[in-house]
Design a protein around this ligand. Structure first.
Ligand code: ADP
Ligand code: MG
Length: 698
């Protein structure tokens, strides 16, 4: 038996392999590209490509692909084999530096939101050497960015890398002001906690809604749900344990640091968390994790549901984005330090995050907006659609002391004088209030909890990195000019707390009263749906910030708004069509059959004795018949609403119509169907119920 450390990363062309297979010159110059972003010479690229190919072929690979993340939110790949014909009729395996660095997928059918006219359909992919190449199946996958020939980013990775660069630039300016001249790079890190559901393939196949939309569109509440809380952290069932074991093996081979796994709140719900890594690598790894989860599930006769709300009335699935910033020396800039000076620096970075989250609440909401996640945000389980920051009582008290120039009532009473006093270590606040916060400080990192389980984490981190870079830019501009650094610093931190304290909320985020206070008293934003928030991507303050930092061009932002709204509209329309279809061709016929059999039973009984009233049967048939009428009427209404959205003049109007007409009509259609399910004999019901699905995995 080999141990994990033997095969961990065995499918990755990582530093160990590079060091072993490249000459020391080539290795050194590749390392420089990886660490400092310097340009790569073609001769070096050729040598790297050759070593990569030899390594991959030895491991059984026959093909290579530029692996990228188009705006669909999933990854894409086009495979080319290494073979090249030889004059003697045989083939040799070839892979050049040019092929490594640049690819030209025929990408005309990836969404571009108007960025790429069809005549220049051939966008190109460019190697991201900071994310290691890996083997999946028989293919060497090379992580790449995807751009149009006009230079526009057609993917999520390019703006992510740009946002990391923006954050690096501005953070270095701040560090320099604090006398740190040795740090060469500042990077953001992420540990995404991934939630998912497992159901059996057999049952999944019987539900067109799950197959076509990823979520159930019908389903009465099961007799037992999550009310007993007996699933959370409970014993893992053998079928699930076998899946997790296999999943870990596959992820470890790919060098993914899968670390924690446990059952989640809902029955059939689970979570996997890796150890955190640099944001772009964490993003690649999370995409791979989601893909491998589906593959491994299939091997076990299961289906992994990554939808945010597969079951109404049951906890949805999210993805907690644990985020921090650190120097290349490993100093976490969100960790209070040992010296007063480090503490002042910590408070400045903390304030930069507070200011960023308040100034760009809309962008953070937008970064997690999908039709699926709308079902979760604002419901009574996930964080609300209102964004606020949880700091915990201790840190809150420190900020209050600074704001009001009063002594900090900590373990010992101290006047908080920046640059003089040492802060206490802030332990992670583990109260329930913390859990309900959409954006919580957890000791040395922030946990952004609004991401949906199927979201690419790229979007949230692009916005987070950019917004914080913008705060730091403003701070650096001011501090670089200051005559008295300490005073300017103190004043600026104080001002940030004063100006942005409305975003800090340490209470219960699920409370209805909070939403009222947040929106009415504090003026915080509450965009409940994708249709509400997405148009604000183009608000001038957002465009100005994102373009001036070089994260997006104006055209790229336009394209993203359109693509995200198109995705929203398409997903809901597919759901609505599936709903109409299932109601008419499966649900109504099932109720009809059952009602007819009940009626038949009643007449059979009356044939035995004409005095039998058969009140139960009569009442049931009447009720079922009434529900059939209601279903017919509601599906007609839904269908009519679907026709009406076709006259929308643009995608913004269409998305608003979908929010206002289609989604409510879908909710209305569901009600009589779910009621009928509770009245119809189980053997007649055309697909597995919630109880079957949620408790089906052994
Ligand atoms: P939880 O109780 O929410 O599971 P953990 O402390 O175990 O909290 O961390 C959850 C995730 O946060 C893990 O992926 C972990 O690697 C990640 N994490 C820990 N420290 C950091 C950090 N400094 N920056 C980013 N992510 C981090
Ligand atoms: Mg967590």
């Amino acid at each position: 038996m080999s141990t994990v450390s033997d095969y961990f990363g065995s499918s990755v062309f990582d530093d160990r392999v590079m060091r072993a297979s490249l000459s020391s010159d080539v290795y050194a110059s590749l390392r420089k590209t990886i660490d400092e972003g310097s340009e790569l010479d073609i001769s070096v690229a050729n040598a790297v490509a050759d070593a990569m190919k030899n390594w991959a072929v030895e491991k059984g690979a026959t093909h290579f692909t530029h692996w990228f993340q188009p705006l669909t939110g999933i990854t894409a790949e086009k495979h080319d084999s290494f073979i090249s014909p030889s004059p003697d009729g045989s083939v040799i395996m070839e892979f050049s530096g040019k092929e490594l660095i640049k690819g030209e997928p025929d990408a005309s059918s990836f969404p571009s939101g108007g960025l790429r006219a069809t005549f220049e359909a051939r966008g190109y992919t460019a190697w991201d050497p900071t994310s290691y190449a890996f083997i999946k199946g028989k293919t060497l996958c090379i992580p790449t960015a995807f751009c149009s020939y006009g230079g526009h980013a057609l993917d999520k990775k390019t703006p992510l890398l740009r946002s990391m660069e923006a954050l690096n630039r501005q953070a270095l300016r701040i560090l320099k002001l604090f006398g740190n001249t040795t740090t060469k790079r500042v990077v953001s890190s992420v540990g995404p906690e991934q939630e998912y559901f497992l159901v059996t393939k057999e049952m999944y196949d019987k539900r067109p809604d799950l197959r076509f939309t990823g979520r159930t569109l019908f389903g009465a509440k099961p007799p037992k749900g999550q009310e007993l809380d007996d699933h959370y952290f409970g014993v893992i069932k053998p079928g699930v344990a076998a899946f997790m074991e296999d999943l870990n093996d596959e992820l470890w081979k790919l060098g993914i640091l899968a670390k924690t796994e446990h059952n989640e709140v809902a029955p059939a719900q689970h979570e996997l968390a890796p150890i955190y890594s640099t944001t772009n690598i964490a993003t690649d790894h999370n995409q791979l994790t989601m893909e491998i989860m589906q593959k491994v599930a299939a091997k076990h006769g299961l289906v992994c549901l990554l939808h945010e709300k597969p079951f109404a009335g049951v906890n949805g699935s999210g993805k907690h984005n644990n985020w921090s910033i650190a120097t290349d020396k490993g100093q976490n800039l969100l960790s209070p330090g040992e010296t007063p000076y480090e503490n002042a620096q910590f408070l400045l970075f903390l304030c930069a995050v507070i200011k960023a989250v308040d100034d760009y609440q809309d962008l953070l909401r937008i970064s997690v907006a999908t039709a699926g996640n709308d079902h979760r945000l604002g419901a009574n389980e996930a964080p609300p659609a209102v964004i606020s920051i949880f700091l915990g009582d201790e840190l809150n008290a420190v900020l209050k002391a600074i704001e009001t120039d009063t002594p900090y009532q900590g373990t010992k009473k101290t006047q908080m004088k920046l640059g003089v006093d040492v802060l206490p270590k802030f332990n992670r606040d583990t109260t329930d209030r913390n859990r309900t916060s959409p954006f919580a400080f957890t000791g040395n990192k922030f946990e952004f909890r609004m991401l949906g389980s199927s979201n690419s984490i790229a979007c949230a981190n692009i916005m987070l990195n950019s917004a914080v870079a913008e705060s730091l830019r403003i701070y650096a501009d001011r501090l670089e000019k200051a005559k008295d650094f300490e005073k300017a610093l103190h004043d600026m931190i104080k001002k940030t707390i004063k100006d942005h304290k409305r975003i800090i909320f340490n209470g219960n985020g699920y409370d209805e009263a909070w939403i009222k206070e947040a929106t009415q008293k504090r003026g915080l934003l509450n965009y409940r749906t994708t249709a509400d928030c997405m148009p604000h991507l183009l608000d001038s303050k957002n465009v100005k910030m994102l373009t001036s930092l070089g994260v997006f061009t104006q055209d790229e932002l336009h394209s993203r708004r359109d693509i995200m709204l198109e995705n929203y509209c398409k997903s809901v329309v597919i759901e609505a069509n599936t709903m109409v279809d299932m109601a008419r061709t499966q649900i109504v016929p099932a109720i009809e059959r059952y009602a007819a059999d009940v009626a038949k039973a009643a007449s059979a009984k009356r044939a035995v004795s004409p005095y039998l009233k058969c009140a139960y049967e009569t009442g049931l048939v009447e009720k079922l018949s009434g529900l059939i009428d209601e279903i017919a009427q509601k599906t007609d209404k839904l269908e009519k609403a679907l026709l009406e959205i076709q006259s929308a003049k643009d995608i913004v109007e269409e998305s608003a119509l979908i929010r206002d007409t289609i989604l409510p009509a879908m909710s209305e259609t569901r009600v009589p169907c779910d009621e009928a399910e509770t009245l119809t004999a189980k053997s007649y019901w055309p697909f597995p119920t919630y109880a079957d699905l949620l408790f089906g995995v052994k």
